[in-house]
Structure formats: C-alpha cells, structure tokens
Design a protein around this ligand. Structure first.
Ligand code: TXA
Ligand code: MG
Length: 318
C-alpha cells in the first residue's frame, strides 16, 4: 500500500521528475483526482491501464497548463472550440480535437482525436508547469479509480482504490477535497458542430451562451469511443436505486429538504446541487465502507450541474 504525500513545493518537483522517469503520480484537479503519466511515454501510459484495470482501447485525457499548449497536440481546431477554450479553461471541460502526430495510439485508444483539458486546480497547474519546464508535453490522466468504479475526490479515496496496485516509485499527492466532485464536461469538437459526450460543471447552457453553432445529439458511435458513456459506470459496490422509498437499513441520499425515511441510513443531506455534486462520490464510498447492500438516491431536478448528477447516477444504478 503506497502512502499519501502532503502537498509541498518540493513534492511538486519530485512529482514532475517521477512523471518524467516514467512512473505514475495521482494528483488533485477541481473535478476528481487523476492518475497521471507522461502522455508521450508508452510504457508509462501502459501502467495507467494496468493499475486501473482499464481496457486499452479507451482513450485518455491529456492535461496541459494553458490553452496555447493545445497546439502541440491538436490541429484543425474549429473556431467554436477556440471560443470554448478561451472562455472555460482552466476549468471542468475536456475538448476532443483532431490529433497531431505526437498523440500516439497508446494515449488515444487508436482514435484520430485527442482529449485535452486545462484543469482549474493550483496543485495540478503547478505540477503541469513544472513537468513542462523539464520537457514534458502533457500529463495523461483518467480518474484515479479502478475501471467502472466511483471516481475519487480525496487523496484517501485514491489510496483505497489504487493503493495496492501502485508501486513505491509512484506518488499520490494530497491536495484536499475536489471542489466540483464530478468529472469534466466532454465536448467532441472534431466536426463542424460540437457534441456533448459527457455533461459536467460547464453546462450545455454555458456552452450555448458562448458559441453560435448548435450541438448535435450523442450518437451510438460517439458512445463507443467514450467509456464514461457506457450504461454502467461510476458504480459503488452497493446496489444503487433511484427515486424510490428507502427501507430501514438502506442508504439514503437526497437534498437536505427531503426527509430520511424511517430507519434508512442518511449518507448525505446537501444544501444545494453544487454540494450534492461535490460530495456524492464520497457518500457512495461511505455506503460501501458501512457495507450497505443498497443505496437509494433521490435525484435533484433542474439543469446545470444537476444534469451531470443525474447522468452519473443513472449509470451508477445500471
Ligand atoms: O474531470 C475529468 O475529466 C477527470 C480529471 C482527472 O481530469 N478525468 C477523467 O478521465 O474523468 P476518464 O478517463 O476517467 O474519463 C475520460 C473520458 C472517458 O470516457 C474517455 O473514453 C473519454 O473521456 N475520452 C477521452 N479521449 C477521448 C477521445 N479522443 N474521444 C472520445 N472520448 C474520449
Ligand atoms: Mg473515469
């Protein structure tokens, strides 16, 4: 079991060198913790897949420190993608762009596109800058969980998920609890019109406001390329059921104004949808720690981040 390292400026230097030498670093972002490797190093990237138990044809997101670095990785970037990058990076948004040669099959899952994101977290940005200063081009990082499981939003959750699979030469950086709590919005920008592949904190309404082109709906072929779009994903060990009455002994998650059914185990009572998003994954993990068989979730209504909560919980329930 590898230990968690508290954030210090020295740890960032050590982490950048760890990445450069082909080892893994789990690091905080504002969405969820990522499991990072040098995105140009095939052996390093292969370690991500084995530690996660993830099928090798599932593409990874490459993290960079600022929007202008995307030109290292992508070309023929449509105007609307530039507008989105300028408006929402750093932030909870991943753009799928036409790849350049530097983006090899081992990081794109043999797609002709590459996912790029500038995270909005001081530790992630400091790590990316340090890594770039020693010649790194980007950090490939999926969420730091086993394939199909709940994404980690704290360093402890990363350790519980992956501690037994990581090596002593790898690192877990503790940067506190993630503020957003759900994975980034993924927007396919490889065509004349964007497709939202995964809803997140950058909402469809925010995207609409920023660009003039309309979205296209998600198709079967886009689902095949994006594992987070599988019907079943983001799942705790407990069985998740939605919008039903919880029985005694079952876990229960709902906004604070929804009373707990008698005998149910309240795992979370968030004040608003933002807090719901931030804490949902931790609450699901708490349910697993308490060895609950079932967790009932009353989903929040409305658009914005509530849409992303419903998206993830529908998959967790499948
Ligand atoms: O918030 C996030 O996006 C976090 C943090 C660490 O940045 N990362 C994350 O990565 O959620 P991951 O691998 O767990 O989910 C990324 C999703 C996957 O479903 C993957 O299939 C999809 O993005 N994806 C990545 N590159 C793609 C591409 N070129 N085309 C289509 N989908 C892609
Ligand atoms: Mg994931």
């Amino acid at each position: 079991m590898i230990n968690i390292s508290e954030y210090t400026p020295d740890l960032i230097i050590k982490s950048a060198l760890t990445l450069k030498s082909g080892n893994l670093v789990a690091f905080p972002t504002e969405t969820v913790y990522g499991l990072g490797a040098d995105a140009t190093n095939e052996l390093a990237v292969s370690k991500i897949y084995s530690v996660k138990g993830r099928p090798s044809n599932h593409p990874l997101i490459v993290h960079i420190s600022s929007a202008n670095k995307m030109f290292n990785w992508a070309e023929k970037i449509p105007n609307y993608a530039h507008e989105l990058a300028n408006k929402y990076w750093p932030g909870s948004m991943t753009l799928i762009l036409q790849r350049k040669n530097i983006a090899k099959n081992f990081v794109t899952g043999s797609q002709n596109s590459i996912g790029i994101r500038v995270p909005d977290h001081p530790v992630a940005i400091e790590l990316l800058r340090k890594f770039e200063s020693i010649g790194g081009l980007g950090i490939a990082a999926p969420s730091a969980n086993r394939f199909g499981a709940v994404s980690p939003t704290t360093a402890e959750s990363v350790q519980i998920e992956l501690g037994e699979y990581l090596h002593n030469s790898d690192l877990i950086i503790d940067g506190g609890q993630c503020q957003v709590g759900l994975e980034s919005t993924i927007i396919d920008c490889t065509g004349n019109q964007p497709i939202i592949l995964r809803p997140g904190a950058v909402t469809s309404e925010m995207i609409h406001r920023t660009i003039k082109v309309d979205f296209l709906p998600v198709t079967e072929s886009s689902i095949l390329r994006s594992s987070g779009l599988f019907k079943s994903h983001y799942s705790p060990k407990a069985k998740v059921e939605l919008n039903i009455f919880a029985k005694p002994g079952e876990g229960f998650i709902a906004l604070e104004n929804v009373p707990t059914p008698q005998g149910a185990v309240r795992l979370m009572a968030p004040r608003n949808v933002e807090q719901f998003a931030k804490e949902i994954y931790l609450a699901l993990r708490t349910g697993d720690t308490q060895k609950l068989d079932k967790i009932v979730i009353i989903l929040p209504n409305g658009d914005g981040i509530a849409e992303a909560i419903r998206d993830r919980m529908l998959r967790a329930a499948n």
